[in-house]
Design a protein around this ligand. Sequence first.
Ligand SMILES: Nc1nc2c(ncn2[C@@H]2O[C@H](COP(=O)(O)OP(=O)(O)OP(=O)(O)O)[C@@H](O)[C@H]2O)c(=O)[nH]1
Length: 390
Amino acid sequence: MTTLLYRYFPHLIPSETHQMLRMRRTLMATGSGLVLTVIVIVARMMGLVDMSITAFILLYSLIWLINLSFPLMISYDINLLFKDPSLTIPQLIWHTLTNTISIYLVPDLHSVFLMHYLLVVLFGAFRMKRRGFLIMGVVILSCYTGVMALLHLSGKHEHGLLSEFLGGIVFLFMLIGVSIIGTEISSLRWALKKRNSELNAVMKQVKEQAITDDLTGLYNRRHLMDILRRQQALAVRGDYEFSLCFVDLDHFKQINDQYGHKTGDEVLQTFADLARNSVREVDFVARLGGEEFVLVLVRTPLDGAVYVAERLRQAMEAARLEILEPSHRVTASIGVAQYKPKEAIEETMHRADIAVYSAKNRGRNQVVTEDNLSSLILSSLHNDADLYTD
Ligand SMILES: Nc1nc2c(ncn2[C@@H]2O[C@H](COP(=O)(O)OP(=O)(O)OP(=O)(O)O)[C@@H](O)[C@H]2O)c(=O)[nH]1
């Protein structure tokens, strides 16, 4: 049925995975409703249904209006307005009701329809828990005994009461059995669903850990290289610029020596927070290692990057760190470089790195750009500066 719908009415099949699954189940139920209708129509053609043709057509038009309303609701996302978007209980009750109508119309085939009740209960395994199965059991039993009583009272069904009673007991046991199996399937589904969401959460955590630095929560060096390659690819496509700020905290060894490693860690975390808050959402902040950090400022030319770097330097200089002595200020030296079209990303990193060295040489706590490096510093550092490779 789903395949037919795909072929002739592709626009009615939802593309979202959950909705598609709901549609498939609903079409299964609609399919079993179709089988019921065909059986009743054949029975009427054989003279087993005592109902005028007009009333019969009217009744089945109404039944199919409601039958089709379930898949249509899913097609147009109306089911999402309900607490249970699978519409399990309404569908189960509706199919129980149509099955009961079928028994009333064709009492001679009531044992066939009795089996269909069991199919309806199994349909609940997709969604229901134990309580749902209990409710459905009660609803089905009430419908069945109700319709049988009605048939006997109106004289439409002439079977002996004892055989009917025994048949009812057998059906009750079958109903209990099917409900237990349904509950088991249902609890397996819930357990799987829970395990799946736990796995997803762990996967998310593992992915995050793979790209972040444990101490500061900033991106780590490996992820920084990925970010830079993506930025480079954007710049290569044209009309895109970005800049790097290399940051090195000044005299950090002294902080470790004077206050201990733990305090040193806290200073690194404080700086990480400051750096994170000094850039835009779209920018990136990474820790290269030790007391070295990198800001990747997207869509930012050199002068914009200098502005951000200077603002961060001033914020760090002004920050009062309660973990240190009141007069102790932690400062940062920052080197800024802009990516030049067609160059290797390592070359940009190299220039930013040289700018940091220059800032240190010029007395620390300052921002130096690649533009204001003297050629002397450039040539002396060019040979021994680290090339940043992944
Ligand atoms: N607390 C702490 N210290 C670290 C960490 N990683 C590196 N360090 C320390 O950072 C210090 C870096 O010292 P240096 O490279 O000599 O630089 P500096 O003292 O900041 O001097 P300048 O950079 O020249 O201003 C070393 O003492 C490292 O042990 C860390 O994760 N936590």
